[in-house]
Ligand binder design. Structure first.
Ligand code: GLU
Length: 450
């Protein structure tokens, strides 16, 4: 305990004002206690001290010209956190809340998540405090080109392979790839999440959501339960939430909610997937418009949310899929979920539950799939995209989906077997963190002091 406290205190001094990063580190260190106590080699090699310090942090100015002719400036980041297992791999997030602490928490989580997939990828993350909301297509393109004018020199198919995250989808990847190609002359797999027209992989778009549902299915099946017929809460309305909802329907479950920054939709009859896709993928508008097409659904505006949490988690359901963003599920939300009969949580977003909320789930002994295990299907399928690009092949939807299922199953097995090995069979936080950590730590030791 003092070791964790000392490490966080030191981090607060050396990397000030990075609350989300401390939160992510603390959770991992907490899980690692049993292994750090018994294994001297990790201490001798200062594995923790090295792991919490990124190998390289690139921060840069991103100037661009808006439609009024005014020059705008944003902050760009790429944190190359750990390359013990392979080239840095992780998405880019464009959102006004982005700062060094957010990108570091995401990059840190990515190390363990990527290790858990069993694929040869290291961990990294990047982004900018750029708000794509309300921007024209031309503004998005100019921003992406300016971002790459700096980043291109740091990335490559065997060094660092960015992808999407919040605010970065196929359109942004297209503009960034185009500018990278222009500057380097290389047509290679330097990004994942590319369009299917020019090197993208089938299932990549769906993979995070599908994977998160497969993970829930494996958690339930391990205890002799099934997903079919379960009522499910989903938060978010982006790529992850949409394809979580799609897969829930395919497997016979009933998703009854979704949400965005304007509020929450509660549709007891089941969220209409076509309407959701139309609003979010085609028209790109706020969710309040959903009720125009479905007057039997309820819209809860953000102004009506409880002071200590998020309205979506106060609704009754058996399963919850947080697919929006970090810390969107508070301790009070977790208590409400459990009190309302929720028996399982599978996280599509990165670190959506606060540390206190996670404690509530673990104490209640409900199924809890932490993000770094449950949402690893996205990055895993990115690696499948890299493999197809490198071998100049194109796999079918069924082939990629089958590989995704196997990867998610293996992640579940690896996290649950490791949890059992350390005497807490239900604790997949502990299992996922230790399983991921061991792979990275042992590779670091074998590669020497670098
Ligand atoms: N942004 C996604 C994640 O959090 C995907 C990263 C990737 O595909 O490289 O894992």
């Amino acid at each position: 305990m003092t070791y964790i406290h000392d490490t966080i205190t030191k981090l607060q001094k050396t990397s000030p004002a990075q609350a989300e990063f401390y939160q992510a580190v603390e959770e991992v260190l907490d899980s690692l206690q049993p292994i750090l106590e018994t294994s001297e080699k990790y201490q001798l090699h200062s594995i923790i001290e090295r792991m919490i310090e990124p190998e390289r942090q690139i921060m840069f100015r991103v100037p661009w010209v808006d439609d009024q002719g005014k020059v705008q400036v944003n902050k760009g980041y790429r944190i190359e956190f750990n390359s013990a297992l392979g080239p840095y791999k992780g998405g880019l997030r464009f959102h006004p809340s982005v700062n060094a602490g957010i990108i570091k928490f995401l990059g840190f989580e990515q190390i363990f998540k990527n290790a858990l997939t069993g694929l040869p990828i290291g961990g990294g993350k990047g982004g900018a405090n750029f708000d794509p909301k309300g921007k024209s297509d031309g503004e998005i393109m100019r921003f992406c080109q300016s971002f790459i004018n700096e980043l291109y020199r740091h990335i490559g198919p065997t060094t660092d392979v960015p992808a999407g995250d919040i605010g970065v989808g196929a359109r942004e990847i297209g503009y960034m790839f185009g500018q990278y190609k222009r500057l380097t002359g290389n047509y290679d797999g330097v990004f994942t999440g590319k369009s299917l027209l020019w090197g993208g992989s089938l299932v990549r778009k769906e993979a995070t959501g599908y994977g998160c549902v497969y993970f829930a299915q494996y958690m339930l099946e391990a205890k002799g339960d099934i997903l079919a017929g379960k009522r499910c809460l989903v938060s978010g309305a982006g790529n992850v939430a949409i394809y979580t909802i799609e897969k829930l329907y395919q497997l016979g479950a009933i998703p009854v909610s979704c949400s965005d920054s304007s509020g929450t939709i509660y549709h007891e009859a089941g969220v209409n997937l076509d309407t959701l896709k139309e609003l979010k993928e085609v028209r790109k508008v706020r969710l309040n418009e959903y009720v125009t097409a479905h007057p039997d659904a309820k819209f809860i505006p953000v102004a009506d949310y409880p002071a200590d949490g998020n309205a979506v988690w106060r609704l009754p359901a058996e399963l919850a899929f947080p697919c929006a963003t970090q810390n969107e599920l508070s301790e009070a939300d977790a208590k409400a979920l459990v009190a309302n009969g929720c028996i399982g949580v599978s996280e599509g977003a990165n670190m959506p539950s606060t540390q206190d909320a996670v404690e509530v789930f673990l104490d209640a002994k409900i199924h809890y799939g932490p993000g770094k295990a449950a949402n690893a299907g996205g990055v895993a399928t990115s690696q499948l995209e890299m493999a197809q690009n490198a071998s100049m092949q194109r796999w079918s939807f069924e082939e990629v989906d089958e590989k995704l299922k196997v990867i998610m199953k293996n992640i579940f097995i690896s996290a649950s077997e490791t949890a059992a090995e350390f005497g807490e069979p239900h604790n997949l936080v502990l299992g996922a963190n230790i399983a991921g950590f061991r792979k990275v730590a042992d590779a670091m030791i074998e590669q020497g002091v670098v």
